[in-house]
Design a protein around this ligand. Structure first.
Ligand SMILES: CC(C)(COP(=O)(O)OP(=O)(O)OC[C@H]1O[C@@H](n2cnc3c(N)ncnc32)[C@H](O)[C@@H]1OP(=O)(O)O)[C@@H](O)C(=O)NCCC(=O)NCCS
Length: 152
């Protein structure tokens, strides 16, 4: 699939909650259900980013923007589309959109064991600014988070 077949859209409001929940469930466990996504989307400044190839959803991200700063709440590439550079393309477009909206700082949390995601963020200029103990729950297990930031 050529790069010019990629579509990237930005949406606000609860209409995208069902799709956000479906995609989140394919990328994460435990997943956010539709009610959680709808609740997130009602908070002002929350933006859902969708990458598609033709009619096929491929990747998503959720951002929350407030007073010139933003948080990357979640980002995922559906398993069958991973390792093809799509996360990098998604994040680059997301950052372009944030800059156009006068956002100058982007924060995120990533699991200490999630080395691929850390590589993605480091390659895009994010730096570690702190750690959160036992931030993520996986079944009975816990995982610390690395908090990262990038000046846009
Ligand atoms: C992490 C995730 C978003 C990466 O998506 P992707 O489209 O496969 O990533 P890309 O192909 O754009 O690669 C991004 C970086 O990850 C690294 N990477 C990807 N696949 C890799 C692999 N198989 N082995 C080693 N590194 C890999 C690459 O080094 C790349 O870095 P680069 O930009 O410096 O080349 C994807 O695996 C995912 O959705 N995982 C589940 C959800 C998740 O963990 N999200 C992040 C939460 S913070």
């Amino acid at each position: 699939m050529a790069l010019n077949d990629i579509d990237i859209d930005f949406m606000e409001g609860i209409a995208c909650a069902a799709l956000a929940a479906k995609m989140h469930a394919e990328c994460f466990s435990p997943a956010w259900d539709e009610a959680s996504c709808a609740s997130a989307m009602t908070i002002p400044g929350t933006v859902f980013q969708l990458m598609s190839l033709g009619d096929e959803p491929v990747a998503f991200a959720l951002y929350r923007c407030l007073s010139g700063e933003a948080e990357l709440l979640s980002l995922g590439v559906l398993p069958e589309y991973q390792h093809r550079g799509y996360a990098g393309i998604l994040l680059d477009h997301g950052i372009e959109r944030l800059v156009a909206s006068a956002v100058h700082l982007l924060f995120l949390d990533v699991g200490v064991e999630n080395l691929w995601a850390q590589q993605l963020y480091r390659s895009r200029g994010f730096i570690e600014i702190g750690r959160r103990k036992d931030y993520y729950t996986h079944g009975a297990g816990l995982e610390d988070a690395i908090t990262m930031k990038r000046v846009l």
